[in-house]
Structure formats: C-alpha cells, structure tokens
Write a protein that binds this ligand. Structure first.
Ligand SMILES: [Zn+2]
Length: 131
C-alpha cells in the first residue's frame, strides 16, 4: 500500500497508543493497529481501531457535554409518565421526547432545566399538566 499523503511505498504496520482530548478531558487508547508511513508519519487506522477511535471520541464528547437524552429518559421513567403525556404537558410535538431520548434532536436547554426542576419537585408536573 502506498502512503495517501506522500505517495511513497513505505507503509508499515504499527501498534500504537492514541490519546484523545476534548474539553479538558483526555483518554488513551491502547493497542491501536494501523499502517504508518515511514517517510512522513501519516497513518491510517485499520477498521477495528478506527471504530474504537470514533466510539471513544463520541464517548468523550458525551462525558464533557453530558447526555441530555439519558437524563430525560431517567427523569421521565422516575415520573412514570409516557413520552406522549410529557409532550402534552410541555406543549411540544408528540414525538419530541422520543427524539430527545434517542439523541436524534438535542433538547432545548430550558426544557432540560425545567425537567430537572420537576425531577426535584415532582408535584410541579401535576400543576403543569393543568396549564
Ligand atoms: Zn508518507
């Protein structure tokens, strides 16, 4: 295989450590396999290592930013209410909570704050449902 960067034929198999950093957190992946150029040090991970790399990166971003979808699901389960009923109480579309919980749509920050408030004071939900 030729190097995708400099075109030389000196690609060698290598096992390496790769450190990812994001938002002040970092994480090191061990035993990452790839092909690296002996000339310009350009490298490509093999499929398995690349998958680990992207997963670790997503995990790191989630750890820094938090995972509002998981928070929402946890609170909703605790309140023992369906996605549709909660949507009605919040005055959002019927499928909104399904999208938030699956991480398809990032929930608006005020909605997350309000839900966290309800998490601490569950009786607010009754009041909200009457509004
Ligand atoms: Zn090269």
């Amino acid at each position: 295989m030729k190097c995708p960067s400099c075109g030389c034929a000196g690609m060698i198999d290598k096992v390496a450590e790769e450190t990812l950093s994001y938002g002040g957190k970092s994480m090191t992946l061990h035993a990452m396999h790839g092909q690296f150029c002996s000339h310009c040090s350009e490298g490509i991970w093999d499929e398995e290592s690349y998958r680990r790399y992207t997963e670790a990166q997503e995990g790191l971003v989630r750890a820094v930013k938090g995972d509002p979808g998981a928070d929402i699901r946890r609170i909703r389960k605790k309140l023992n209410i369906t996605q549709a009923k909660l949507a009605l109480a919040f005055g959002v579309g019927k499928v909104a909570f399904s999208r938030y919980e699956r991480g398809e749509t990032r929930p608006p920050a005020p909605l997350v704050k309000l839900l966290k408030l309800i998490d601490r004071h569950p009786d607010l939900l009754d009041e909200m449902q009457k509004m």
